[in-house]
Design a binder for this molecule. Structure first.
Ligand code: OGA
Ligand code: MN
Length: 309
C-alpha cells in the first residue's frame, strides 16, 4: 500500500536501513517533492557508495522534474542511450516522458496496450546486464521509478559485483587481470536487435566498445567484475584471447556473477524508486504477464569511461 508522505526531509528524520541482502538499503523519510538540503545530499551520496543500490518508497506523487532533481543529487542527468529507438516507436500515453533526461521503460505498444515486444524492453525476460555497457562511456547510475505495475511478474533483481569479484578463485583473478571484453552493442537487454544493426555471424562482427573485465570504482576504489552484457553466441568475447578460452572463461564468470548469494530481488510497489550504481552492480528483470501494463520512468547519470582495476 502507498501512503501519503509526511516527510519534511529533515536529516534527523531520515533513516537508512540495510536490506537483508548482499547489497542495498532502504531510505525512509525522504520526499523528492520537497527540497533536499546539502547535509542530506551528503548523507544520501555516502549511503549510495556504501550500499550500491538505494530503495525509496512512496514517490508516486512527484513530478518528472522532481525525478530529474532527485537524480542530480547523485550525478548529472544524461539522456538514455536507447531513447531514440523508443521515440521512433511513436507511443502515445499520458505517462510519456516530457524530458529528454527521462526514458519510459515499459511493455506498452504504440496503441497504448501491453505488448510482448516493443521499442523498449517488452514483456519478456530482461537478462542480467549493466546499463549501456555497449557505449564508450556508460552512465554511472540509473534511477528507476514505478508508475504502473502488473499484478504479477516484473520483479527486478540486482547483484553485487564487488562480491562477485572478491569471491573469484585466485587463479581466475590472475588470469583475467588487465583483460578487456568486447561489449556487444547489437542487441538490447531484452535480446532485440537494435534498429539499423545486423546480427553478427562471427565474433569479429560483434559491434561495440572494449571495456575492462575488472573495473575500479573511482569513489569506493574497490574492484568489481564488469561483465556488462552477453547474448547468444556470437556476442561478448575477451579481447586477444583464443575463442575457446574466452567462451569458457565467460561461461564461468557469468554463472559465478549471477549466483543468488550476490542478489537482492525487489518486488515493486507503486511509487518505488531504485537508484543503482552501474559500475559495481548488474540487474535482471523477470518476465511480465503480457496482458498487463508496466510503466517505469528511468533517469541516468553522467557517463564515465570504465577504469581498468
Ligand atoms: C532498466 C532496466 C528493468 C526493469 O531500466 O535499465 O533494465 O525492471 N529495467 O524495468
Ligand atoms: Mn537495465
Amino acid at each position: 500500500m502507498t501512503t501519503t508522505p509526511i516527510s519534511s526531509n529533515a536529516v534527523s528524520d531520515v533513516t537508512i536501513k540495510k536490506l537483508d541482502a548482499p547489497l542495498g538499503a532502504q531510505v525512509k523519510g525522504v520526499d523528492f517533492a520537497k527540497p533536499i538540503g546539502g547535509e542530506l545530499k551528503e548523507v544520501l551520496i555516502r549511503a549510495w557508495t556504501k550500499h550500491l543500490i538505494l530503495v525509496f518508497k512512496n514517490q508516486l506523487h512527484i513530478t518528472q522534474e522532481q525525478h530529474i532533481g532527485a537524480t542530480k543529487i547523485f550525478g548529472q542527468p544524461v539522456p538514455g542511450a536507447s531513447r531514440s529507438y523508443f521515440e521512433a516507436a511513436n507511443i502515445k500515453s499520458n505517462l510519456l516522458s516530457q524530458h529528454e533526461e527521462i526514458i519510459m521503460v515499459t511493455n506498452m505498444g504504440p496503441d497504448g496496450k501491453p505488448a510482448m515486444e516493443n521499442a523498449s524492453l517488452g514483456s519478456g525476460e530482461v537478462v542480467w546486464h549493466s546499463d549501456n555497457s555497449y557505449i564508450d562511456e556508460p552512465p554511472i547510475g540509473s534511477f528507476l521509478r514505478s508508475l504502473l505495475l502488473p499484478k504479477d511478474g516484473g520483479n527486478t533483481s540486482f547483484s553485487n559485483q564487488y562480491l562477485a569479484y572478491e569471491t573469484l578463485p585466485a587463479d581466475v583473478k590472475s588470469k583475467i587481470k588487465g583483460a578487456y571484453t568486447k561489449q556487444d552493442a547489437s542487441r538490447n537487454s531484452a535480446g532485440k536487435l537494435r534498429p539499423g544493426l545486423e546480427a553478427p555471424t562471427c565474433l569479429e562482427e560483434v559491434p561495440g566498445p572494449n571495456h575492462p573485465l575488472v573495473r575500479r570504482h573511482p569513489i569506493s576504489k574497490k574492484s568489481a567484475l564488469y561483465l556488462g552484457r552477453r547474448r547468444d553466441f556470437p556476442s561478448q568475447y575477451i579481447v586477444d584471447w583464443k575463442q575457446q578460452a574466452s567462451e569458457k572463461m565467460l561461461d564461468f564468470l557469468w554463472s559465478h556473477a549471477t549466483q543468488s548469494r550476490f542478489k537482492y530481488t525487489h518486488i515493486w510497489e507503486l511509487g518505488d524508486m531504485i537508484l543503482w550504481d552501474n559500475r559495481c552492480t548488474m540487474h535482471y528483470r523477470d518476465p511480465i504477464n503480457s496482458d498487463q501494463l508496466r510503466v517505469m520512468h528511468r533517469t541516468q547519470m553522467q557517463r564515465e569511461k570504465p577504469i581498468c582495476a
